[in-house]
Each structure stands twice: as C-alpha cells, then as structure tokens.
Design a binder for this molecule. Structure first.
Ligand SMILES: Nc1ncnc2c1ncn2[C@@H]1O[C@H](COP(=O)(O)OP(=O)(O)OP(=O)(O)O)[C@@H](O)[C@H]1O
Ligand SMILES: Nc1ncnc2c1ncn2[C@@H]1O[C@H](COP(=O)(O)OP(=O)(O)OP(=O)(O)O)[C@@H](O)[C@H]1O
Ligand SMILES: [Mg+2]
Ligand SMILES: [Mg+2]
Lengths: 226, 226
C-alpha cells in the first residue's frame, strides 16, 4: 500500500527554484489500477520517480507497505526497487550496448537464478510484448515502439507487486497499444498494483481511478466502476 | 517536391537481414500536409530518415526538388538538411549538456547570423511551443513533453520548407498536443510541406492525406478534403 503525505519536490537551478510537487496527498491500496493524468510539465514523472524509490522528496512522507521510505538504507531501497517495483521510464533508459534480451534480463541479476534461467525469463517477457523476433537487436536497431516494449518487458520480468509505467503507450499504434493495455489488465487481475501515467484519455478511463495533476498538485481524484 | 521510386532499405545483422522498406513509391507535392501511419516496426521512421537525408536507401530513388539525392555530395546533403529540412526525431536527439535555447539555436550556426540573433530566433521558437519559462534548462531538467517541444522548436528555427516530424505529440497531453497541431497547421498555411508520422488517428485525419505503411510497404494512400 502507498501512503503519500504533503509530498513536495523542488529543483534548484542557480537562483531559480522549480516546485515540481507542491504538497501531494495520496493513498493507493494494494491491487489498485489507476491512471495519473495532467498537462506536460505538471509533475507526473516527478511523482512516479518518488513512488518508484528513484528520487527522494524535498519534504513530506512516503510510506510504502508500512515502511517510511526516507528511513530506509540505500541497500534496502535498492532491494525494494529490484524486487517489489517494476518501472517503465518515459524515456525507456535502455542500455545502448546490450541486446533486447540482455536489457530485459538485467533486473534478474540478483534473483539467484542461473544465466540460462534469466535468459529464459527475459525471452518469455519479450514474447509477451510481441518482440520474439527482435531479441538480439540492440536499442539502435529497434523502432521507437519496439524500444518502448523492451522497457515494458524489463519492468515485468521480475514479477513486481507494484508496476509504475510512465507513458507506456506513447510510441505505439492503436493495436500494439491495445495489446499492452490488455497485458496491464491481466497483471491487475493477478493482483499487481498498476499505476500508469498516460496522455491517452481512453486508456485512463479503462482504469478504476484517475488522478489529475496540475502544477504540482492533485486537482482531481476520480473513482469509477472501470 | 518529393519523388520516391521503389525505395528499399535493408539492415544486415549478422546472418539476419531486416527488410525495413520493401519498394515504396510516393510523390509529395510542395505544400502538402500529410500523415504517415502504421503499426510499430512497419518502417515509418526508416522512411522519414531517408526523406530527411539522414540515411540512404539500399536501392531505389529519392528525388528531392528535381535532384536525385544519391548523386549529391556530402556537403550538398548537409546543406539541404540544414537549410531546407526541419526534422523532429522520435527520440528527440537533444544535446544533453546544452540548454534548451542552445539546443534550438544549433541549426542556425551556419546561417550567417550573429550570436545574439541566433539566440533571439531560438527564444522565439521556444515561446512558440510554450517553453518561454524553460529556456535555460538542460534536457535532464525538463519533462518528457518539454523535451519533445524543444525538439520541435529546433526543427522550426531555420524556417524549413519541408518539416518532417516523427511522432511529435507522443509525449504531450491533449491541450499541449493541440497547440502543436495548430502550429503545424499554421506552417502548412504558410506553404511549408509538412509530413507527420503519428499514432494519433484524430491528428492523422486533420491532415489532407494519410499514407499507411505495413511491413515496409504502402498499404493505403488516402486523400480527403481536410
Ligand atoms: N532536474 C530538474 N531540474 C529542474 N526542473 C526540473 C527537473 N526535472 C523536472 N523539472 C521541472 O519540473 C516540472 C515537472 O516535471 P515532470 O517531468 O514531473 O513533468 P510531467 O508531468 O511528467 O510532464 P510530461 O507530461 O511532459 O512528461 C517541469 O516543469 C520540469 O521542467
Ligand atoms: N539499425 C537497424 N538494424 C536492424 N533492424 C532495424 C534497424 N533499424 C530499424 N530496424 C528494424 O526495421 C523495422 C522498421 O523500423 P522503424 O523504426 O522504421 O519502424 P517504425 O514504423 O518507425 O516503428 P514505431 O512506430 O515503433 O516507431 C523494425 O522492425 C526495426 O526492428
Ligand atoms: Mg513525464
Ligand atoms: Mg518510429
């Protein structure tokens, strides 16, 4: 369960201070499926990075499964990121010199599995996102939508309990995008907590809840029968 | 005017050959406004890179304003890319260590303008895409949609006659995306030839013509009163 209280995040650039998050309050129950929407620059990715334990707030609290994240050691944080959380970055963040299968296998390095088991799991994840024919390609030998799907496969391969996906269908056509959405719905049915940032209103409305962020604040938090 | 005949582009990866374009035929008249659509991995970016003189075909011809592009020297190609063409990359391709304004000013380096004139033109272009308050930020200090808009501003700053934009609204919310579309329509009215790759069907239908690419071939070429 996610419990965020009065979360603030500011960036200092010389004399300028950008207040990206200005007191966000949010509770997400286990197994929820929700969308975060809002204008470009409103703070969505900044919030996602904090939820994913990739960034720390300037002030306020983030309690994840009963543990205040700011009290955790670097090792404990790395453990959570690796075992509990799957993160799809808005700009993918793939290793340029590794193949698709090696990129996807990366989160499994500390899972205790053998090299062939890791490769097996990575290949399955790539098949699930329709990239069975592109496993040995490096990112610069893939299309934009294919890179996006490698990033998605990598986020799923360690079977996370919390999936955070920042704009996961932005580079996908209708049909491929629909396949990815079906995959997220499947994970949701399996009990994974799924949080999507999306500019696609139709996708946002397929989730059970839409949180709208404007200028670093939650402007609306709508629930509906999905 | 763009005249493409039996264009093919293959990539060799070890023993595997990927035929990204398999004999594309296409004529684009000056001042047209069109969209290229199709599934992820179908060859859209590959075609755009050839149209933008950033890549050469494996076979076939590309004649741009009466000049067969394969006969042009590297210098002549660089000149065309710099003066005639504005290119928005699907993955932005911004310089990581330069500010937004310096990124946008880059195409003006050989235009004969002074440093302050280049900065002036770059600031105007950034204002036009709504980034007046982010001119001194570097790409890692910008949101995904802001980086996308810096890439768009850079493509416009040298007043190209041919604008090639690969997924220009993929990271933008409805409203910001609509502002960018309005900008493209304005350029079209000014006589610029505008070619967009987009996964957004509503945007594709606002242009005068949709070219659908499937598996490296043109599957459909539809014109309509826009
Ligand atoms: N490292 C940084 N330094 C300074 N400002 C930053 C930094 N990172 C982000 N910002 C600013 O913080 C604001 C929020 O950024 P964020 O990436 O969270 O937006 P977003 O809602 O994800 O936008 P988009 O929909 O365009 O991806 C933006 O205005 C951005 O310019
Ligand atoms: N350098 C390369 N080496 C090998 N294959 C490549 C290379 N670049 C692209 N490809 C392959 O060529 C095909 C076409 O790629 P392209 O980038 O043109 O697709 P696209 O239509 O733009 O897709 P998307 O909508 O996902 O951006 C893809 O299947 C891709 O894997
Ligand atoms: Mg973002
Ligand atoms: Mg592409």
């Amino acid at each position: 369960v996610i419990d965020v209280r009065d979360l603030r995040r500011s960036f200092q650039l010389g004399d300028e201070r950008v207040d990206a998050l200005r007191g966000v309050n949010l509770r997400i129950a286990p197994g929820e499926y929700l969308a975060i929407v809002g204008p470009s620059g409103s703070g969505k990715s900044t919030l996602m990075n904090i939820l994913g334990c990739l960034d720390t707030p300037t002030s306020g609290e983030y309690v994840l499964d009963g543990e205040p994240v700011q009290d955790l050691s670097d090792d404990a944080l790395a453990e959570i990121r690796n075992r509990k959380i799957g993160f799809v970055f808005q700009s993918f963040n793939l290793l340029a010199r590794a193949t698709a299968v090696d990129n996807v296998a990366l989160p499994l390095l500390y899972s205790g599995r053998s090299r062939s088991e890791r490769r097996e799991a990575a290949l399955r994840a790539l098949h699930r996102v329709g990239l069975g024919a592109r496993t040995e390609h490096r990112p610069d030998q893939l299309s934009g939508g294919q890179r996006q799907r490698v990033a998605i496969a990598r986020a799923l391969v360690n079977q996370p309990v919390l999936l955070l996906a920042d704009e996961p269908t932005g580079n996908l056509d209708q049909r491929t995008g629909a396949e990815i959405v079906a995959l997220f719905e499947e994970l949701h049915r399996e009990g994974v907590t799924v949080v999507l940032v999306t500019h696609d209103h139709k996708l946002a409305e397929r989730t059970g809840r839409q949180i709208e962020i404007v200028d670093g604040n939650i402007a609306a938090d709508r629930r509906q029968a999905a």
